[in-house]
Design a protein around this ligand. Structure first.
Ligand code: G3H
Ligand code: 13P
Ligand code: ZN
Length: 308
């Protein structure tokens, strides 16, 4: 198969009432784990690559690996730039065959975010590359912060409507209380579903949830059993993810859960088999652990079985 665009994958998801997972890769093993999970689940998958991943692995390696994976895969995949901020990197990704790019102008004032996002939409048009924009900031919802303080960074529904109209983006990442990483909430997990409902009522394009990892207890406990120090780590409950999908979220970004799965498997091998020094015997279980996690996400997102 050729790579699909996010627009193609997410339009189908919106119609079908499910979400497609966007899973971050940094190396061969993570990519293989995601593709293998997608094939086992008969699910589409978005291969997400951050600017940091490009710096780490190199753009030609990333693109070649993902193109080969897509050519032999029996399920649709897309290649997506996650949190693009540097216009030169974005341009380079478009030229190298990424089928989707994210322009993250969420740290900028509304007008500047709109202008830079509009610019990327124009850059992407010729090749038909999909574009994801972001409005609102991912900082979680904290009990101690005032409601007006929170509103300043959660996505405003009216501004979302205006942003989509003015920029022409294909997908919009919104802030409703999630945040990146393993420490999302101090107390109870809280997401602003009413805000999501209002945004979905005003915005026609697919909506995206970043910072959506669940930080599953069993994975956390395994990592800690073998020496990890992750006290206070907490993610988004599965029920909240399902509710977000029912209210219009079509793309869900997961990185932290893959990192935790990989590292907990590596820690186990390194501490139970200290005589082992074959990288394949160390990285292989890490790859298997990511595959299991990705499969469970695909079932949770409802994308299992949606790739024929
Ligand atoms: O949201 C960011 C992703 O988890 C990628 O993280 O920039 O460390 O590669 P990174
Ligand atoms: P997590 O850190 O919750 O996995 O979020 C990943 C993400 O949003 C990547 O863009
Ligand atoms: Zn993100």
């Amino acid at each position: 198969m050729n790579l699909f665009t996010n627009k193609e994958l997410l339009t189908a998801a919106r119609k079908g009432g499910y979400a497609v997972g966007a899973f971050n890769i940094n190396n061969l093993e993570i990519l293989q784990a995601i593709v293998s999970a997608a094939e086992s689940e008969k699910s589409p998958a978005i291969i997400a690559v951050s600017e940091g991943a490009i710096q780490y692995a190199g753009l030609p390696y990333i693109v070649s690996m993902v193109q080969i994976a897509a050519r032999y895969a029996s399920v649709p995949l897309s290649l997506h730039l996650d949190h693009g901020r540097d216009l030169k990197v974005i341009q380079s990704c478009i030229e190298h065959g990424f089928t989707s790019v994210m322009i993250d102008g969420s740290h900028l004032p509304f007008d500047e975010n709109t202008a830079v996002t509009r610019k990327v939409v124009e850059m992407a048009r010729e090749k038909g590359t999909s574009v994801e924009g972001e409005l609102g900031r991912l900082k979680g919802i904290e009990d101690k912060v005032s409601v007006t303080g929170q509103e300043a960074f959660l996505t405003d529904p009216g501004s979302a409507e205006e942003f989509v109209k003015k920029t022409g983006v294909d997908a919009l990442a919104i802030a409703i209380g999630t945040s990146h990483g393993a420490y999302k909430f101090k107390g109870e997990a809280r997401l602003d579903f009413e805000r999501l409902r209002e945004i979905a009522a005003r915005v026609e394009i697919p909506l995206v949830l970043h910072g959506a990892s669940g930080v599953p207890r069993p994975i956390l406990e395994k990592a800690e059993r073998f020496g990890a120090k992750l006290s206070g780590a907490k993610g988004i409950p599965d029920e909240a993810i399902q509710k977000a999908i029912s209210l219009g979220i079509c793309k869900i970004n997961i990185d932290t859960d893959l990192r935790l799965s990989f590292v907990s498997a590596l820690r186990e091998i390194l501490s139970t088999k200290p005589e082992e020094f074959d990288p394949r015997k160390i990285l292989g279980p890490g790859r298997e652990a990511i595959k299991e996690t990705v499969q469970s996400k695909m079932r949770l997102f409802g994308s299992s079985g949606k790739a024929g």
